[in-house]
Ligand binder design. Structure first.
Ligand code: ADP
Ligand code: MG
Length: 587
């Protein structure tokens, strides 16, 4: 057995045997750690991985707790039924709040979560039928098939079985097609969208997922304590959940459990000794914890998980199989057919005209070079074609249909895939996972299938495709390296493999040869010729004239947003307007 598995086995065994040896006090503590872990786990997904900071998770815990407390006490419903009522309620509230707040960018999102965290807390405290600030007593305990979970030791097993199941569900989810999309959200979403990910929808999905985990925690809490009041669902506690995730390591699934454990134990311990040291009663632990957190953030931004991982080699979750069922491919256009047409495409940034009524056409099977000095508008033109930026005027047609006005995730669906001048990769993900994002639209299994690991066959085909494309571009030896460890030139080649995974008929490459050495450039040129031989069309932005001249069929030259020349490479090389633009006024 590998070391990570051995360690996991030992941990699970210790968890299972724990209550047999531990005093009551520690079992209670572990029960709380389990409840907190569930909430923290949601935050790992939402904040640590997805990059969406929420201070309001405690309010979702409250929704789960109050839903079950009220319905079991007032109507005598079974807790197993009210669990799902709680899910439905929390899920609906999360959907609504998510739809409103997730659109907010930057600091507005955390502020938004503070706002609804506060509102829900005051709602709990002010509703007469929920018992106001005093809360509700007489919440029934749980029993499973007539077996009463009437002691902390018995309850413990329910809590921890659910925690472990939740950990695995999140881990499964992150190591899947939707998981790769979630993990790519942090880059800002432009890349994910340009491979077909609906990032707005995905954000809401992880928001609801995290809220449901919090709701589950609330349900467990209500039936463990058999009493609810608003205090544990306040903004303070919402902040504490974030602390846990930061302490454990926001990027790491097990970091949720580590953080929940450490913060709870530390707090308990400080609560015991601080009043004795200070010599008076008070909540001094909060102050000390605050200072410790600041120190931690200075010394270890990634939390404590990386320290644990130092001793354990990371489990390799991805395995891109050497063979798998082939993915279906899209129908190719006939050679020579008009593929892409820009009609007076225009882009203005305020007073600056970055692309000035540019028109050109491209035939299927062609390699067309788009060249021009820095700032000529080449990358902007790419963004117009791929829907990253809206046009200020003009039209773009692809395979006979207008595509300007479509979102980039709809444009890639039609067969245009791109690379970026400034690479958009996820540096902490493996090379093969980065590339598999390109195949997003070629799979269809969603979040639920992924969490339950019911998508392994499809996943194998996607990872195999990523591997095949990486081998094709010459990165076959780096499949499981961290993408960030590649040289910049190789990262550009990675982006080509990712674009190829989308099964495009048109490839848009923005300065792919930048940062490559001479031999690597030759290999890239060979690759592009091979692709052309297979019927691929390529629109190539490039700076390196030698590289372009021997490769492209035709050139379009831009300067200050305008087309100043077009034609065969030989003719362009001696075109006076081009020489002037490039060399700056050769008389
Ligand atoms: P190229 O790729 O040919 O070097 P770009 O398309 O990147 O040129 O830029 C063309 C012009 O548009 C430059 O003057 C650049 O500063 C400007 N520009 C590009 N993107 C933006 C933007 N998002 N906002 C404002 N100006 C921009
Ligand atoms: Mg550019």
């Amino acid at each position: 057995m590998s070391r990570p598995r051995l360690l996991l086995g030992a941990f699970l065994a210790a968890l299972a045997l724990g209550p047999a040896f531990l005093p009551e006090f520690y079992v209670t503590l572990l029960n709380y750690i389990g409840l907190y872990s569930l909430v923290a786990l949601g935050l790992v997904l939402l904040t640590g991985v997805g990059g969406l900071t929420s201070f309001g998770q405690a309010a979702f815990v409250g929704l789960g707790a109050y839903a079950t407390a009220y319905l079991t006490v007032a109507y005598g419903l079974s807790p197993w039924l009210t669990l799902f009522v709680g899910f439905a309620l929390t899920g609906s509230v999360a959907l609504l709040l998510g739809a409103i707040t997730l659109r907010l960018s930057g600091h507005y999102l955390p502020l938004g979560t503070i706002a609804w965290g506060l509102s829900l807390y005051y709602l709990f405290g002010n509703l007469e039928f929920l018992g106001g600030q005093t809360g509700m007593t007489g919440v029934p305990g749980l029993s499973i098939f007539g077996f009463a979970l009437d002691t902390g030791r018995k309850y413990y097993y329910l809590v921890w079985v659910l925690v472990i199941a939740a950990v695995f569900s999140v881990q499964n989810l992150l190591n899947s097609r939707p998981g790769r999309a979630i993990r790519s959200l942090r880059g800002g979403g432009v890349m994910a969208e340009s491979f077909g990910v609906n990032t707005a929808r995905l954000k809401i999905v992880i928001f609801v997922y995290a809220a449901l985990l919090a709701s589950l925690s609330g349900w467990l809490y209500a039936h463990l304590l058999r009493f609810v009041n608003p205090t544990p669902f306040s903004l303070n506690i919402g902040i504490e959940y974030l602390f846990m995730v930061v302490i454990g390591g926001a990027r790491f699934v097990w970091g949720a459990v580590v953080g929940a454990g450490l913060l709870t134990i530390l707090k308990e311990w400080l609560q015991g000794i601080l009043p004795r040291i200070v010599g008076q009663a008070g909540e001094f632990e909060t102050i000390v914890l605050g200072i410790l957190l600041v120190l931690l953030l200075q010394r270890a931004r990634e939390g404590l998980m990386p320290f644990f991982q130092r001793w354990v080699p990371p489990a390799r979750w991805v395995n891109a199989p050497q063979s798998a069922a082939a993915l279906p491919r899209r129908e190719r256009p006939a050679p020579g057919e008009t593929l892409l047409e820009a009609r007076a495409a225009r882009k203005q940034f305020g007073g600056l005209v970055a692309v000035n009524d540019l028109s050109f056409t491209m035939a299927s099977g062609e390699i067309l070079g788009l060249i021009g000095p820095n700032g000529a508008g080449k990358s902007t033109m790419f963004n117009l074609i791929t829907g990253v930026l809206p046009l200020s005027g003009g039209e773009v047609h692809f395979r006979g249909a207008r595509i300007d006005g479509l979102a980039s995730r709809q444009i890639v669906r039609r067969g245009i895939a791109r690379t970026f001048q400034h690479v958009h990769i996820r540096p902490t993900m493996t090379v093969v996972e980065n590339v598999a994002i390109g195949a997003h639209l070629r799979g269809r299994k969603g979040v639920v299938a992924a969490a339950l690991r019911r998508e392994r066959a499809e996943e194998a085909t996607l990872l195999h495709e990523a591997r095949r494309q990486l081998e094709r571009v010459g990165l076959g030896e780096h499949l499981y390296d961290q993408a960030g460890s590649l040289a910049l030139g190789q990262q550009r080649i990675l982006e080509i493999a990712r674009a190829l995974c989308a099964d495009p008929v048109l490839l848009l490459l923005d300065e792919p040869a930048a940062g490559l050495r001479y031999r690597e450039k030759q290999a890239l040129a060979d690759l592009l010729r091979r692709l052309k031989g297979e019927g691929m069309s390529v629109l190539l932005v490039e700076h390196d004239m030698d590289f372009v001249m021997n490769l492209v069929d035709r050139l379009v030259v831009m300067d200050f947003g305008e087309k100043i020349a077009q034609g065969l490479p030989r003719a362009i090389q001696s075109d006076p307007a081009v020489l002037e633009a490039y060399l700056g006024g050769v008389e």
